[in-house]
Design a protein around this ligand. Sequence first.
Ligand code: F3S
Length: 756
Amino acid sequence: MSTLDSTPQFVTDAYEKMRRNLAVVRRRLHRPLTLSDKILLSHLDKPEEAELLPGKSYLHLRPDRVILQDVLGQSAMLQFMQTGLKRVAIPTTIHCDHLIEARVAGTSDLAASIDENKEVYDFLKSAAAKFGAGFWGPGAGIIHQVNLENYAFPGAVILGTDSHTPNAGGLGACAVGVGGADAIDAMAGLTWEVLYPKHIGVKLTGSLSGWTAPKDIILHLAGKLTVSGGTNAIIEYFGPGAESLSCTGKATITNMGAELGATTSIFGYDQMMARYLEATGRKALAELAEQYRELLTLDDGVLADPAPSYDTFIEIDLSQLEPHVVGPHSPDRARPLSALAAEVNAPDSTFINDISVCLIGSCTNSSYEDMSKAADIAEQARARGVTSTVPLYVTPGSEQIRATIERDGQMASLQAIGATVLANACGPCIGQWKRDAEATGKPNTIVTSYNRNFPRRNDGQPTTMNFITSPEITIAFALAGKLSFNPMRDSLTGADGQPFTLAPPGKAPDIPEGGYLKGASDFTEPPADGSDVVLQIAPDSQRLQVLKPWPAWDGEDVIDAAVLLKAEGKTTTDAISPAGPWLRLRGHLDKFSDNMFMGAVNAFTGITGSGLNVLTGEKDAPFSVIARHYQANQLKWVVIGDWNYGEGSSREHAALSPRLLGAAAIISRSFARIHESNLKKQGLLALTFADPDDYEKIREDDRIDLVGLQDFSPDQPVTCIIKHADGTQESIQLKHSYNRDQITWFQAGSALNLLR
Ligand code: F3S
């Protein structure tokens, strides 16, 4: 047993603390509690005094665990180094899954990736050893599957530097995707601050049958709630239909709650979770969950009359649910499978009927049950001498899954119809997919059992249209090769020339009868004392850069700052700090920052990614080049943002790069909450126009003063003097949301500097 495991003693202590805190919360809130309330509020740092208004209050919680993937894990560990702390304060693991590119097949792709990313893996391994984190090497599996198999437990609060961390909600954990800054706080032993989420209740009745899979529940819900329907909310599933779903089927559903923008999604503890815990070698945790069941399930009062307890309440009858397909380009573009052919064949359809590639697996859909159902369809085809008509790829979620389906025959069934098994990694799910030249650059249809499908997601090509469905339906599409195919209605042609129809997959085992095989998982336990471990970063590394602490505030007002960028319209973190080919440079902040504001629209020109250098007069220079020039000339700069500046992912580089290249402040009409918090944590000023119309007053060649910073205090506005090039001036007021602690972050230069 690893010291990082959720041991029975660790979990008992966690449950006892939850019980004590919940007693305090119950004395304060005289109402039945939903499951998410029970788990979140029992993790409060100070349950006696915390303000408890859903959608309004900020909760300070004590998470149980942190999980880091390899891309964001690099910057997280580089920043953790800045704290000067010797060891992480709570169990933490690093998972090497995002950097492995799919090219040919699993074994050779993995070997190539290990070679190409060696210095990144070596660094992560050394940092894990030094600071007491567990290290899952390349090939061990995808972060969320490995977490589900080894660490998650009912009632846990888990933070992960990846949007699909809610996968562990299938095992009753409250698992949330966060930015690196939040993860580092938790690793450093600080509390995690989160807006008290609203509640969405989903009651499941009936049971799934035929071709309908757990995936269809979340695809149906995505169509109903849309991609923003879960924003600042936890989606909670319950009811007799929920109890009929396997633990891994539940995980598929909670995984994709991220597509609805939900803070997380969760199921209450039940027998299916107990079965999964037992099958993954954690019988003692199932017994503990049974013992503390009251903490891990909804109050009877909520179950009896759910609607009043939820901001949004939805009921889904699983017996009536049809298989669904969503896409292209958005997961909320949903329809029942039975309606897809008409859309494909409509005269004005832009859909391409010929499928170019099918892919199953990923962290979303690679469970033993998923693979068994996919193999069932493959076997039916094999019996009729039929193989996949298009390239078919399988991404196992973990080495444990890969080894088990190899032993039990599902892999052989899929390979018999022509499937290629890729590495146990993210691969084509995150654009790490080297497709053949002739397949890219032109509109084409792919079908996947993954979770995300926005343009460029899978192969970097905006013209690739990704339709998402369940693994078994994906296999049926692969056999037919046509998007208009409906296995419930249409037939295939066997090798004997006779038509045949596919039967729905039979009931598949949710766990392997012969138990899971561990396979050759590459896990390294950290030493008890890592102080002698040398961090592996070459001084001339092109991939990694040791971060220096940001300088403290100089005690001066901001005077004569240039306007680097006035952004117009939606400015997401991806516009501020694009990903794609930049992914490989995430560990090298200086090189990575060359992408700063590449996707931001210049309000003065309408051009994306470039603006005026007021020192040289050069127009349309890349913003990062201008910023570096200003910095070299000791000229501070500000950014002017529009509404909801910094929306999208919690990408911390959207704050780190401006900080590195000399930003003094970001002034916007409003901020997306997580980005505003990231800016504050990096010691930047995040200010909003008291009168949003003042945004219009900013001109391209203005100089900006921010005065009175010595008196910067909560609820007090900051005075901004806009100095126009024609010699006129305007004075406006800027608001902010800094509390006293956050002001000390600004003064110290960053939140991390206070830990040193
Ligand atoms: Fe990886 Fe895709 Fe999941 S990127 S973590 S397989 S969502």
